[in-house]
Design a protein around this ligand. Structure first.
Ligand code: R5P
Length: 292
């Protein structure tokens, strides 16, 4: 079956790599907003009888999801037999239960919306915490790819004396994964969060690793509160200035500058979300999934 790639604006760098690596034909379209804010979409390429793969990293998801629905539906109306969504960053994975009465469980509702309009979802390192698998909430085929191999390769090349550091217990699986691939030692901090920007961290005894560079690895940097607290605490404990690595460079508001100012040696992210800190390329994982 012929396969096409529709690259949502802003995803062109990753999109071109995926199109080339997986042999997808890039489709032309027009997307704009009317003066009143409504969306206009026009498909300019023929997709009859083929699979359309739409690439859109879903940070700031609310402004994109409706346009993605129009794109998917228009592709189907024009003869596409399958529509796949590649969302390198998948949002709405944290509010997976009502913590307080009356709260929206947005993980499930967002999954229902995507499942209603797409046949397949490919994403990288979704924040699976209380939900064990995307299949628990998505009713379509899902592929949750790991960034661990790419992160491990980067660490091995750039920080061979690393002490891999997980900022909280949730990070243990990917810290262990990177440790296994690199043979580097690791430690995991404990974290208690009491608000969006209120977290308390504790560091285990790392005195035997003073000659190593802490490399803090997390799945997402949002307000950067977690990373900033971890950097400061590690330095307070006598560690070298840490290198910070995150899969998803969400960086809300001024948090990238705040993290830079916190004493971090370097901040590196993968290209699931376009950002100046992108240094680790995950296109290979997506191409492998499309070709597999
Ligand atoms: C926690 O559950 C996640 O793995 C990240 O540690 C968290 O989302 C980072 O958020 P922030 O940058 O706002 O501290």
């Amino acid at each position: 079956m012929k396969r096409y790639l529709l690259i949502y604006p802003g995803n062109e760098t990753l999109g071109r790599k995926i199109a080339e690596g997986a042999g997808l034909q890039i489709v032309d379209f027009k997307l704009r907003r009317f003066p009143d804010g409504e969306s206009y979409f026009q498909l300019l390429s023929a997709v009859q009888g083929g699979e359309v793969v739409i690439l859109c990293s879903l940070f700031h998801p609310d402004e994109k999801i409706v346009q993605l629905i129009y794109m998917a539906e228009t592709c189907r109306h024009n003869g596409a037999t399958r529509v796949t969504l590649i969302a390198p960053y998948l949002p709405y994975m944290r509010q997976d239960k009502a913590f307080k009465p009356g709260e929206a469980v947005t993980s499930g509702t967002f999954a229902d919306i995507v499942s209603a309009y797409f046949d397949k979802l490919i994403t990288i390192e979704p924040h699976l915490h209380r939900i064990a698998s995307l299949d628990d909430i998505y009713s379509i085929t899902t592929h949750a790819l790991s960034s661990a191999a790419s992160i491990a390769a980067w660490v091995k090349e750039h920080v061979p004396d690393a002490l891999l550091t997980g900022p909280d217990e949730e990070s243990t699986p990917w810290i262990e994964n990177v440790a296994q691939r690199t043979g580097l030692p690791y430690t995991v901090l404990t974290k208690i969060r009491s608000g969006d920007r209120e977290v308390k961290l504790e560091v285990p005894d790392i005195s035997k690793y003073q000659q190593r560079t802490p490399v803090i690895i997390d799945d997402i940097v949002s307000t950067a509160t977690t990373m900033i607290k971890a950097v400061k605490l590690l330095i307070e404990k006598g560690a070298r200035p840490p290198v910070c690595i995150a899969t998803h460079a969400v960086f809300a508001a001024d948090s990238f500058r705040e993290l830079k100012d916190s004493g971090a040696e370097k901040i590196v992210t993968t290209n699931t979300i376009p950002h100046e800190s992108n240094e680790i390329d995950i296109s290979g994982e997506i191409i492998g999934c499309l070709n597999g």
